[in-house]
Structures are given as C-alpha cells and as structure tokens.
Design a binder for this molecule. Structure first.
Ligand code: LLP
Length: 420
C-alpha cells in the first residue's frame, strides 16, 4: 500500500488516524454517534492538485464526477483547487452551483435527462451537455429553441470496449445503455450541424470504473481521438476531448496505478494523434475521494455461531452498499488498536443476508471498527432501508473537524413514513 493513495494510518499507540489525527478524537470533536463517515479534505485537495499538476500547462478540465460524493465541503474544496464537476442530474447541478462551482467547468451526462434538467443546463451555460443518443439530440434542440438559447453539446460515444471490472460498473461495451454507438457518430454530427440550436463542442467516453491500469482507458480514448480527428479533418467544430473517469484505487491487496499515470497516458495519446489544440477533459470520481474517507461503526455484539464467529456492527448495507451490490471488499480494522489474528465475519443490522462485509482479522472483540476507503460511493449510495437514519458525516482539515453533517436521526424517518 503506497502512501500516495490514502491518509488512513496508525499512530505509535496503534490508534487509527486519518490525515494524522486519531479518528476517535475527530469523532469526539464532532460529537456525533456512529455510524459516521469521516473525510480528510486535505487528502482530497492533495489528490486533485497532484492530478492537476500531471497536466502541466496543457489546457484541461478535471470534471470531478460528484456522484461519488456530493458533499458541499468536498465540492468547495475541489472548486478551490480549480476542478469542475461531471454531473448526472439537475439535483447535482443545483448542489454544485450552490457550492460555487462555475458552470463553465460543468459537464452533464445521463441517458434519460429530464426536460427541466436540459433547460437548467442550457440556461446556466454549462461547458457541455454530453448527449447519449440521437433521440436526445433532437430533444435538446427543441429545448434550446424553446429557450431561445443554443445548447453546447458533446457526443458521449460508446467505444465498444470491454473492461476487466464488475459488470455493474462496465459501461463502454456494445450492450451498455450508455453512449452513442460509433456507427451513429456521423449521423449525430450531421444532426448537430443541421440545427441552429446546437453547437458541437466535444466528444467524450467513459469506459467503466475501478480500472487498475490505463490500458482500457487508452483503448476507449483512442476511439475518441479517431472521431475527433475525423471531425476536425472534415472542417467541423470541436473544443474538447473527454476521456472519462474510472481511475482505480487500492481497496486492499490490488495496487491501482496513480491517477497521474492515467493523465500522462491521456496526454501522450492526444499528442500522438496531433490533437493538442483541443482541451482535454477527464472525469475522475472515486480516485479523488475514495481513499480519503472512512466509515466508523460501533460493535453491537459478537455472536458465536456453529459455523462462524459473527461481529454485528451498527453500520449496514444501507450505509455502505458496495459489498452487497458488487461483492466489493473494504478492509475493516479496529479503531483503537491494530488488527489481531482472530477472524470475524462482519455484518450489519439489516434483514438481508447480503448485509455482509466479509471476513476480517480483528483480534479480540473490538468496541469500534473502521471500514476503509469508503469516501466514494459510500454515503452517496446510502438509503434508509429498514427504517435506518442516514449516517453522520465529519469533515476534517489540518487535523481538526471543520464541518459536521449530523444524521437526521430515526425520528426524521418515522415522521415522513407516517405522513406517507
Ligand atoms: N464519468 C461517467 C460518465 C461515469 O459514469 C462515471 C461513473 C465517472 C465518470 C466516474 O467514474 P470513477 O472515476 O468514479 O470510477 N457505484 C460504483 C461506481 C459507479 C460508477 C458510475 N459512473 C461503485 O461503487 O463502484
């Protein structure tokens, strides 16, 4: 495990730390109960800065895929570093605008955008509305006409590339619902050029998530480069190329290459294709936040079963869905001391067999545990299933808590269900 990818560590007494401060101290400062997500904003800022530096003087846009974690504190941190955002909904757009993200640093994707979302994107003057079908182009042209304002559109293409990742997070293969098939790209440009309400600004792709190396990334980006070259050769307009996100992180034994390696591969590829005049856009989500957040849970009790030794914690699949949904593995360790050898099957309180975080060597029954690398797609995918309140979130900087977003509490859920 390299230091570059995480800010989780242990101090000399064996206490778990984040960004150099004991997690137990941060939680005490925040005054919130478990389960609680804790994030290191310095780590997030550093990851974004390092990625920015990898692009050097090259004109580029890091459009943070805020679906990974849309917390205002994180967006404001990234805004200050100079990133933009990659959106998938009008709700996300409203949060990003509220956090002071400039619209000319925003892209929006989505296979089924609502009219109000298209309208908002056009009215705000987003950097690009990334279009995922020919049918959508027609809809956007109609909305632009109704608003009397041309729309800046990019084509999200489906590169037809398979990746070695969980099927739920592979998006660039022929059978995926995402993007415009290469065979339809010429027709898409024709449709844009024929409309006075559409401005052709870019070509994008996103091949999938949790890529360990830039190999598949480069493969799908090559398709973008080929399309961009053809477009420019035929005299059409284009401002940017967007190679998407998907940079993997280290969840445990596997070692993903650093985000900067993906940036370097992108730079090299664009140069090889003679496309340095186009702005280069990337859409990382997980890699900017995943390693800089943890979920802290309390142990409710152990259970010595006939076949297994269970550890029941107060965080469930409603708080962290990734293991249940993708079979993902997050390392779990005691909060106040280093892991031991005694193994436990760690499970949550939800009435589902899939509410299971796997087997972990924790030693003797701990009081609290840390679920590591949960800054991305953790809180963002949480639900209130089984009558559970959403978790608290704690944001730290320079070793101190700078913001706390407390859990709304169970009664909030109770009231709304009663009114339903
Ligand atoms: N751009 C587009 C168009 C995307 O669909 C995504 C992610 C990203 C960028 C950012 O990908 P990242 O850099 O975060 O890998 N919930 C899943 C991941 C779903 C990713 C969906 N799209 C998980 O927990 O693994």
């Amino acid at each position: 495990m390299s230091a570059r990818m995480t800010t989780f560590a242990r101090d000399q007494e064996g206490h778990a730390t984040l960004g150099g401060t004991r997690l137990s101290t941060l939680l005490e400062q925040a005054g919130v109960p478990t389960p609680a997500y804790v994030y290191d904003l310095d780590g997030i800022a550093r990851a974004a800065t390092q990625l920015k530096q990898a692009f050097g003087a090259r004109r580029h846009l890091i459009a943070y895929a805020m679906k990974a974690n849309g917390a205002g504190s994180i967006l404001r941190t990234l805004r200050d570093v100079g990133t933009g955002v990659c959106l998938v909904s009008g709700g996300e757009m409203k949060v990003a605008l509220g956090a002071g993200m400039p619209p000319n640093r925003m892209t929006i994707n989505g296979v089924a955008k609502a009219n109000w979302e298209i309208d908002l994107a056009i009215n705000q003057g987003l950097f690009a509305i990334q279009v995922e079908s020919l049918e959508e182009l027609t809809r956007i042209a109609e909305r632009a006409k109704a608003l009397g304002r041309p729309a800046r559109v990019g084509l999200r293409i489906n590169p037809g590339v398979q990746i070695d990742s969980h099927s739920h997070i592979a998006t660039g293969h022929d059978a995926a619902k995402f993007g415009i098939p290469r065979a339809d790209v010429a027709a898409a440009f024709e449709r844009i050029d024929a409309s006075e309400w559409l401005v052709s600004v870019g070509v994008s792709t996103h091949v999938g998530s949790q890529l360990p190396t830039p190999k598949a990334y480069v493969e799908s980006a090559t398709a973008v480069c080929e399309i961009a070259r053809e477009r420019l050769r035929s005299g059409g307009t284009l401002e940017y190329m967007n190679f998407g996100g998907g940079f993997g992180i280290d969840y445990g034994p596997e070692v993903a290459e650093a985000p900067a390696k993906f940036a370097q591969a992108a730079l090299t590829l664009a140069a090889e294709h003679g496309l340095d005049a186009l702005e280069l856009v990337v859409e990382p989500g997980r890699s900017l936040v995943g390693p800089y957040g943890v979920l802290v849970a309390s142990v409710r009790q152990g259970k010595e079963g006939a076949a297994r030794r269970w550890l029941m914690i107060d965080a469930g699949m409603n708080d962290l869905l990734r293991p249940a949904l993708y079979g993902a593995f997050h390392r779990i360790e005691p909060l106040e001391r280093a892991p031991g050898t005694k193994e436990w099957r760690v499970v949550g309180p939800i009435c589902e067999s899939s509410d299971d975080f796997g087997t972990h060597a924790l030693g003797e029954l701990p009081e609290r545990v840390v679920l590591r690398d949960t800054g991305a797609y953790g809180f963002a995918m949480a639900s209130e299933y089984n009558g559970r309140a959403l978790a608290s979130e704690v944001f730290s900087k320079n070793g101190n808590v700078v913001h706390t977003s407390p859990s709304p509490g169970v009664d909030f859920w109770v009231e709304r269900r009663l009114k339903a």
